[in-house]
Write a protein that binds this ligand. Structure first.
Ligand SMILES: Cc1cc2nc3c(=O)[nH]c(=O)nc-3n(C[C@H](O)[C@H](O)[C@H](O)COP(=O)(O)OP(=O)(O)OC[C@H]3O[C@@H](n4cnc5c(N)ncnc54)[C@H](O)[C@@H]3O)c2cc1C
Length: 302
């Protein structure tokens, strides 16, 4: 197998978009390396019920396993290799692109596809929440219905809400979802579920109670009316922030539009924008990132 610095294509991130990019690159006989910080499959590992991905997959982990098998097969055929590592910086030059890893390694290739996805927002990151720095709240998508106690509040109306409800069809707990205006367009998909009560809010002040494991919430609704609650169960469903690398061009919202990047750097999957964050769009954009460079003659097979 070639050493990583002799690669044609470096793919950063082995979620659905990175794996699609790697499979496409290998199919074009391009020497391919995938750099992954954690495990193959990315966010698929947290999707308990998958209903919008063709191929008869019913859960994300099933599909993640199949993607890992694809990469294994390519590795065994000496058409792709996987490097375990955390990428920090990417740079584009006339004749190559370079990737720097946290441990100091520098890898170079004709093309780098960055498919690092998004990372979870914490309450202090959200502009509609005032909360102590470093405060964390358990994520909704990891919550077992059996652990819900008392009235249950959810911070934010991001899409994992719909996935969670589909994953737990027999859970009858009512979820009180504090929804900022920016999440209105996402909440439509759960509007028909009678286990969800939407509370449209403009601002929330959040603090842990001094004693016990409860939370104090001061909620301002969209008409400016304020209410205070002490709640036992509070869950994070705030959404994500882009997990880009240093050296990528980004928009004001932190996402990294493909069209803004150096010709030897392509962005694929969730990292492109807050919209279109789906498994199949991630896969399509990963494959397209490689093909677009191939046909633009950025890639020259040796
Ligand atoms: C709870 C939940 C439920 C969802 N439900 C659905 C659903 O039902 N249907 C649907 O279509 N979509 C769903 N999604 C969205 C879907 O998971 C994403 O759109 C998709 O996984 C995006 O793929 P990606 O490859 O862009 O990123 P990811 O899947 O996030 O993969 C990114 C990969 O990059 C790696 N990485 C990150 N940073 C670095 C770095 N610096 N160096 C090296 N590697 C790095 C990560 O470890 C990860 O493996 C859901 C998401 C969540 C969180």
């Amino acid at each position: 197998m070639n050493t990583p610095h002799e690669m044609d294509v470096l793919v950063v991130g082995a979620g659905p978009s990175g794996v699609a990019a790697a499979v496409m690159a290998a199919s074009l006989n391009l020497r391919t390396v995938v750099v992954e910080a954690d495990s193959v499959g990315g966010k698929l590992h947290v999707i308990g019920a998958l209903e919008n991905v063709p191929g008869n997959w019913s859960t994300g982990p099933q599909l993640a396993e199949a993607l890992a098998a694809d990469l294994d097969r390519l590795q065994q055929a000496d058409r792709c290799s996987i490097v375990q590592g955390h990428a920090t910086r990417v740079s584009g030059y006339d004749d190559r692109a370079e990737l720097v890893l946290e441990d100091g390694r520098v890898l170079s290739a004709q093309l780098i596809v960055v498919a690092t996805g998004v990372a979870a927002l914490a309450p202090p990151d959200a502009d509609w929440i005032s909360a102590p720095a470093r405060m964390s709240v358990p994520p909704l998508w990891r919550t077992n219905p059996a652990d819900l106690a008392g009235r249950t509040y959810v911070l934010g109306g991001d899409r994992p809400l719909g996935t969670w409800l589909r994953t737990h069809p027999n859970c009858s707990t009512t979820l009180h979802v504090l929804c900022p205006p920016a999440d209105d367009y996402k909440i439509a998909e759960v509007a028909g579920d009678d286990r969800v009560r939407i509370a449209p809010v403009s601002h929330v002040v959040l603090s842990p109670m001094t004693y016990g494991d409860e939370w104090s919430l001061q909620v301002k609704d969209r008409q400016g009316e304020r209410k205070s609650y002490v709640v036992k169960t509070l869950l994070n469903n705030l959404g994500n922030k882009p997990a880009g690398l240093e050296g990528l061009a980004s928009s004001e919202d932190g996402y990294c539009p493909p069209g803004k990047q150096h010709p030897r750097i392509r962005v694929a999957g969730d990292l492109r924008s807050a919209q279109f964050q789906r498994v199949t769009t991630a896969q399509g954009s990963g494959a397209e990132a490689v093909l677009a460079s191939y046909y633009a003659s950025v890639l020259k097979p040796c």
